[in-house]
Design a binder for this molecule. Sequence first.
Ligand SMILES: [Zn+2]
Length: 70
Amino acid sequence: MSRPQEVNDFITKLRPRAVCNKCIAQGLGWANDTAHPAQITGALATTSDFIQETGVCSICKDSKKVIRRA
Ligand SMILES: [Zn+2]
């Protein structure tokens, strides 16, 4: 599965909860130095299926940029 598809599935599974890039990378088991979830979530956010906003991550509870399934 491609990385964008993995991210898509991960966020969709969490719907309607929002999640941050760090938790996406950790949840998918990506090593920090090779993962670029921000690029992928940025691309997903350009579609009408996803909403990127500043909010509270449902996993780490930090207030930061998060993404959720519309
Ligand atoms: Zn998080």
